[in-house]
Design a protein around this ligand. Sequence first.
Ligand SMILES: Nc1ncnc2c1ncn2[C@@H]1O[C@H](COP(=O)(O)OP(=O)(O)OP(=O)(O)O)[C@@H](O)[C@H]1O
Ligand SMILES: [Mg+2]
Length: 360
Amino acid sequence: MPRKIASSSEFEFKSFRDCNGDHPSQTLIFHNGSFSWWIKVKVAWSLPEFIRKLGYLKRRSMIREFIKAIEFAELALLEDIVTLINLTLAEQSNTPIPIRNVPSNDQTEANHYLSIAHQVFFEIEEDPRRTIYPILDQAQDLPTFEASHLQDEEDIAATVSTVYFKQKQHAYKKVDRPIYEPGDTEHILNEITALAQFRGHSNIAQLIGLVISDNPYKTRLATISSPVITGFLLEYYPGGSLEQVFAETQDKDDSLLRRWALQIGRALQTLHIKRRTHLDIKPSNIVFDANQNAILIDISGTGGYGWEWLAPEMQQTIAQNAVTNPASTAFDKRVATDCWAYGKLLSTMATRLNTGGLEC
Ligand SMILES: Nc1ncnc2c1ncn2[C@@H]1O[C@H](COP(=O)(O)OP(=O)(O)OP(=O)(O)O)[C@@H](O)[C@H]1O
Ligand SMILES: [Mg+2]
């Protein structure tokens, strides 16, 4: 049901994940009194050359100015989800996108979108590429933390930030991320299942609990919605990753490298004994605790993989299109892939030994 726009309406533009190339899109929350709608406006036509040549900020402000002029009250926006408004250019549109009366000035006349608004046709659907937050399954039986109770968030990677809960620092891995792919929610759930399985095991990242919130897309702010999982908290390991250690220091203390080699091998063996595989063994997936112990992270077993860390036979299987993801191959093949990557990790570490090799 379309709603009249109150004068209190406001636009909260999201820079995160917006595309500002030839076919720009802009995500925003449209607040109107006690209602909020998540909207993604997507432009489907090729922009004229002179616009493509404008700087990023100029192009962004042009589309935002246009969006502010759209009469959202006349559109059937979808509740509790992200409404995708697909804009196409028609020779003649019987139902052009409704535009409010905007005062004409030099700026609006120079706005490409406003100048052709009468030709802009629109279609509305659920945004199929929205971030999907899983509903909290009470059967998960894990500690939960309200997202709004976490403090001092600071990004350490695209998907991970540090946060404080009651003065204790944790790593927070989120469902939402700059480049979200539809399969990511499932990978996060797989990671939670694996982490729950290995609670109490040394050298494997330790799960603190799930982070939950109200449905972030909730339209009627006063209603009660089922809590969703926005991510999970891990113990924070302050020693950086093996990738950072490699980048920062040339040679490492031999005994430290040997200790790490054993600890990573032990963590991998723990996964394999429980018939799980990692499939993304690489330096950025090893971090260090305050006592310089190696900790294996990113243990979903189904997330992304680095091509150069894949065993040649697995590369071949994928190159032949036999499978698209190592995770869908037989257990023994996956174990072999982990072992190959572990071997590559060991030989990379060996080059960092002070003695210049692994001879003891
Ligand atoms: N518990 C933690 N403590 C400290 N740092 C962490 C922790 N978890 C992750 N990080 C840091 O965040 C980075 C990304 O974490 P993670 O590998 O889990 O995310 P990802 O999105 O799956 O990454 P990728 O796809 O690149 O493997 C790690 O390389 C590490 O530097
Ligand atoms: Mg990783």
